[in-house]
Design a binder for this molecule. Sequence first.
Ligand SMILES: [Zn+2]
Ligand SMILES: [Zn+2]
Length: 189
Amino acid sequence: MKKGIPRTLPPLGLIEMGRLGEVAVRVVAANLQGVLGIPVDLLQPMDIPTESFQEHRKQHDAGLILKHLASRSFPNHLGVLALTTVDLCSPILTYVYGEAEVGGTTAVVSSHRLRSNEDGSIVSLGRYYERLAKVSLHEVAHILSMFHCEKDDCLMHYCSKTHHLDRLGIAFCRRCEYVLKKNLALRCS
Ligand SMILES: [Zn+2]
Ligand SMILES: [Zn+2]
């Protein structure tokens, strides 16, 4: 993907929101750079917002976290991705691994449900980092105006279970990769 992308592409800002740890943040940064070919800027960590907390669900509304991110100004960045430890939900879904503004500037990914399987069994650290990277690539691709893909091994496939995530490669299908390259070119100034 790196080939042909002009150097004037602004960096994506990566923000730790809660204690994920340096390794997790660096794994995500390396995958965004390696797979999408976009420069990544590690920004100052941010506190988990209080206004996104849903008392009755004991979860954070992912859309409200995006709003919180959008209220800050990041004029020199392509967009921002917040990596958080809190469990995310949306008004219509019981949980989400991440959420992004399609064609916008904000995305959020949660590590909360990635360290174990649905039956509660803990997965290896390697598997956990891989899942985190996959969800992050998916959400950042949404920022780059990408929609879901029906191919079940493509990173743009919608996944609601961890075994769906594990089935994905760390790559986009040929069609999505083609559209992504075009969309990246449009974001260059
Ligand atoms: Zn999606
Ligand atoms: Zn695809």
